[in-house]
Structure formats: C-alpha cells, structure tokens
Design a protein around this ligand. Structure first.
Ligand SMILES: Nc1ncnc2c1ncn2[C@@H]1O[C@H](COP(=O)(O)OP(=O)(O)OP(=O)(O)O)[C@@H](O)[C@H]1O
Length: 217
C-alpha cells in the first residue's frame, strides 16, 4: 500500500510565474481522487509532478515519505502515468506497446503476454491487439494507453484525461476499471474536466487560478 503526498508545493515552467502554488494533497491507497479544473488550470502539471516529470519549485512530492527526484525514480516506486497524449509508439501494435512496457518494468515475457491479453480484453480491444497504433481510432488509442497503464499494476496510478475521447459506455467502463485499481489497493488520481466522471470518484480536488480547493474532501 503506497501513499503519494504533495506538500505545500509550487510548480511552474522555466522562469515564468507559478502555474500552481500552495498545493497540498494526499493520494491514498484504495481511493480514486479526481483532479478537476478548466483547460489550462494545471491538471496535467500536477499529474506530471506526481509522476516525477516536473520538480517542485517549493515544497515536496513524496511517495511513502521519499521525495521524488525523477521520472525513473517514480517508476522504480511503482508510479504509473497514463498521459493525456497517450504516449504510444506508432510503429508498434497495441499489444506490443503494452508488452514492451510490462517487460521494461521487470515482467517476464509470459507475464507480458498474459497481462497484455487481459488488459486489452478489459478495455474491449482484443480484436485490435495486432493493429498498429496509427490504424486505431482516437478512442481506441486512448483505451490502449489505459490498457498499458493497467497492465503495469502500479501502486500509484495517475490517469490524465483518459476518458476525453470515449463514448458513454466506454467512459463507464474506464471509470469501473479505475475503481477496480483502487479496489486492489492502488492510489488512483484521475484528472478530468468532466463533472460526471469526477462525481464517480471518492474525492475531488479543484484547480483554479493557480490554487487547489477541495470540491469534495
Ligand atoms: N511545457 C510547458 N511549458 C510552459 N508552460 C506550460 C507547459 N505545459 C503547460 N504549461 C502551462 O501551464 C498551464 C497549465 O497547463 P496544464 O496542461 O497543466 O493544464 P490542464 O488543466 O491540464 O489543461 P487541459 O485540460 O487543457 O489539458 C497553462 O497555462 C499552460 O500553458
């Protein structure tokens, strides 16, 4: 069971002013935490910082008390990021994208085969396993990225706008899968601008004007 804590943190880019400041939030095992806000509010900024991609200018981002130093460090602590832009390799198939990620994080080839098939099936993509990413629709690509994230079985799962291109049935399927991730003990953080999706989460942190407030603590 792993807890990710952001404490009195400030985040920004280059020498420009802060995007977010005074951010304090804990992602707890067994919970789905929604991070909401309008476009540009800083949802991706916060999730990238939680993933170890963006250092805090002030304050800390820590996993079980250990401050994150880099993305590699976060990966070693089982922090999985499902990025907004999918991050899939276009020259690989859907199944290969997932298998490579499982093997890169220490899984055996047999693990990779089993987890890839399971993750694709859970997202309704068994029929797309051997298609190249470029041959998939935007929503299928988004579900493939999610399948890859789920196959990694992270202790912390950061899902950035993973329902933005999905129809209602697939959105519900994804919300159920994020809930299942929490059910196996992961700390799940889900960035979304969709109020209905946020309502399905346990707590909601709202970002606006560079600060965070609890819409539902
Ligand atoms: N790499 C970057 N360099 C400079 N500024 C950036 C960078 N990434 C994001 N920003 C700025 O940080 C602010 C927050 O952006 P961010 O992508 O975190 O918002 P968001 O809430 O995820 O938006 P959306 O819902 O549109 O994805 C914006 O003003 C954006 O222009």
């Amino acid at each position: 069971m792993t807890t990710l804590t952001v404490d009195a943190a400030e985040f920004g880019y280059g020498d420009t002013g802060p995007v977010l400041s005074g951010i304090t939030v804990t992602a707890r095992p067994g919970e789905v935490l929604a991070v909401t806000g309008t476009s540009g509010a800083g949802k991706t900024t916060l999730l990238n910082a939680m993933a170890g991609l963006l250092p805090a200018r002030a304050g800390t981002v820590a996993v079980d008390g250990t401050p994150l130093t880099s993305r590699d460090h976060a990966v070693s602590l089982s922090v999985v990021l499902i990025p907004q832009d999918n991050g899939l390799a276009a020259i690989l198939t859907a199944a290969e994208n997932i298998s490579v990620a499982v093997i890169a994080t220490g899984g055996s080839p047999a693990d990779a085969r089993r987890r890839t098939a399971g993750a694709l099936e859970s997202l309704g993509l068994s029929g797309q396993a051997n298609q190249l990413i470029d041959e998939l629709s935007g929503g299928q690509q988004q579900r493939t990225a999610l399948a890859r994230g789920l196959a990694l079985r992270g202790d912390v799962v950061l899902a950035d706008e993973v329902t933005s291109e999905l129809d209602a049935a697939n959105r519900q399927r994804v919300l159920d899968l994020l809930r299942a991730e929490a059910g196996r003990g992961a700390a799940v953080v889900f960035a979304t601008h969709d109020p209905e999706a946020a309502a399905a989460c346990d707590r909601e942190l709202h970002l606006a004007d560079g600060v965070a407030t609890w819409a539902r603590p």
